[in-house]
Design a binder for this molecule. Structure first.
Ligand code: UDP
Ligand code: MG
Length: 139
């Protein structure tokens, strides 16, 4: 994956609350092209692997339980400056601090259940893209 791609997940709360369509619409309206997408559910082991960087943090157990609690929608998004622009679109980790109009301001409920994931670097975007998708699933 090159520097113009990022990996997103609509988290279990976003799916449970019926926001898949609205979130994908906002993503397209912001100029991102969907180059891979699937609905899936992470096992606890896979959720733990995805968030392994946070393994020592106090919220890790809750995060793994939450992220494996129901289906998610994973997607790779393409746009110039994709990682940074998508972080701007999703807003702050805590929706209480997220700018109005951002995905977390619109669809998230709490710091833990915050509706959407976005990669934090080009390097992690590539790792996270490969975590969810095989090369033949990327268009
Ligand atoms: N998280 C949490 N409590 C915290 C910080 C993070 O529950 O104090 C959860 C939240 O779902 C967040 C995820 O862990 O999205 C990953 O944390 P990170 O700091 O990477 O935030 P993000 O990159 O998602 O904004
Ligand atoms: Mg992060």
């Amino acid at each position: 994956m090159s520097g113009n791609r990022t990996l997103t997940m609509i988290k279990p709360d976003g799916v449970r609350d019926g926001h898949i369509g609205a979130i994908l619409n906002d993503i397209n309206a912001a100029g991102f092209r969907i180059v891979a997408m699937k609905m899936t559910q992470l096992t606890k082991a896979k959720a733990g692997e995805f968030y392994a960087v946070h393994a020592e943090r106090p919220f890790y157990g809750e995060l793994v339980d939450f992220m494996s609690s129901g289906p998610i929608v994973a997607a790779i998004l393409e746009k110039d400056n994709a990682v940074a622009d998508f972080r701007t679109l999703i807003g702050a980790t805590n929706p209480a601090n997220a700018e109005p109009g951002t995905l977390r301001a619109k669809y998230a409920k709490s710091m833990g259940e915050n509706a959407v994931h976005g990669s934090d670097s080009d390097e992690n975007a590539a790792i996270e893209g490969a975590f969810h998708f095989a090369g033949v699933e990327m268009f």
